[in-house]
Write a protein that binds this ligand. Structure first.
Ligand SMILES: [Cu+2]
Length: 141
C-alpha cells in the first residue's frame, strides 16, 4: 500500500510541474490593431492632391481611392520622403503602394499596411506631374 501512495504522490508532483510549466509560457496579449482607414483622393489636371497630407498609424490597413476628375491620367505611389520628385517613377513605390494609372473620369484603389513611423510622400509619377505639385505627405505615427 505504501508503494501505491508513493507512486500517486509522484504522479501529482509531475502533473503540477507540467501545469506550472504550461502557465509560465503565457505571453502578454498583443496590443490592439488599429482599425482600417480609407482616404479618398481627388486628382485634377491642376497637378495637386486633395488632401495634400494624411496621417495613419503603424500597422494600420490603409485604403487609397484615387478619383480622377481630370482629363489626364494620374497615379498615386507611396515614396521615400527623400525621393527626387522630378524623376520619380513606379520603381520608387514603397511596400507595393502603387494605385496604378487611372484614366480621366475613372477611379483606382489600393490597400496597403502602413509602414514604420516616419514621413513619406505620395506622388503622381506621370512625367512632370509631381514636379508640377502633385505631391502630398503621409505621416505614420
Ligand atoms: Cu498626375
Amino acid at each position: 500500500m505504501k508503494k501505491v501512495n508513493q507512486l500517486f504522490f509522484l504522479v501529482v508532483i509531475i502533473s503540477a510541474a507540467a501545469f506550472l510549466a504550461a502557465c509560465g509560457g503565457s505571453e502578454p496579449p498583443a496590443p490592439p490593431k488599429p482599425d482600417p482607414v480609407s482616404f479618398n483622393f481627388v486628382a485634377t489636371d491642376a497637378f495637386a492632391w486633395t488632401p495634400d497630407s494624411i496621417s495613419v498609424q503603424t500597422g494600420q490597413e490603409v485604403t487609397i481611392v484615387v478619383d480622377n476628375q481630370g482629363a489626364l491620367e494620374h497615379n498615386w505611389i507611396l515614396a521615400n520622403k527623400n525621393v527626387d520628385v522630378a524623376t520619380a517613377s513606379d520603381a520608387d513605390a514603397l511596400y507595393g503602394a502603387n494605385v496604378g494609372y487611372v484614366q480621366g473620369g475613372e477611379s483606382g484603389e489600393l490597400t496597403f499596411v502602413a509602414p514604420g513611423a516616419g514621413e513619406y510622400l505620395y506622388i503622381c509619377t506621370v512625367a512632370g506631374h509631381a514636379a508640377g505639385g502633385m505631391v502630398g505627405t503621409l505621416i505614420v505615427e
